[in-house]
Design a protein around this ligand. Structure first.
Ligand code: NI
Length: 138
């Protein structure tokens, strides 16, 4: 029987949406307030969903303590209270939109998946704005 186990996490960080390939004018035009040179922050909410078979012995898809530790190590420790543009090398040349942050989180988490498991990621940048990455596999 396949089932989905979900874990929610939070992290706060600063970013600036700015594409170095574009002029300052174009950046301002496309990103508006999010292009503020002095950065701005968000309280991100992350939901990680692991879909897989229930282990007949443990009764788990994944041990929630294990999933919590993985999210802490690979997401919170990397991004919480950081400036994504300045502190995180993966965003040196990648614009830290919610979309790209979700992709980085997916890249960080997917090595932990078992072969038959799939993962979905939902990342809320604000209460109303969120992105989803679905059906991630190892
Ligand atoms: Ni923003």
């Amino acid at each position: 029987m396949r089932i989905t186990a979900c874990r929610q996490a939070h992290f706060n960080c600063a970013h600036r949406l700015h594409n170095k390939q574009w002029s300052d004018e174009k950046n301002k035009d496309i990103y508006g307030l999010c292009n503020n040179p002095h950065y701005h922050g968000h309280n991100y909410k992350l939901i990680v969903k692991i879909n897989g078979e229930i282990d007949p012995e443990s009764g788990y898809v994944i041990d929630m303590k294990v999933l919590a530790d993985i999210i802490k190590k690979e997401v919170e420790d990397r991004y919480d209270h950081k400036n994504l543009n300045l502190d995180c090398p993966e965003f040196a040349d990648v614009v830290p939109t919610a979309e790209n942050i979700a992709v980085m989180i997916s890249n960080n988490l997917k090595p932990y998946l078992k072969k038959d498991q799939t993962m979905d990621i939902v990342l809320y940048e604000t209460e109303r704005n969120f992105v989803e990455l679905n059906h991630i596999t190892l």
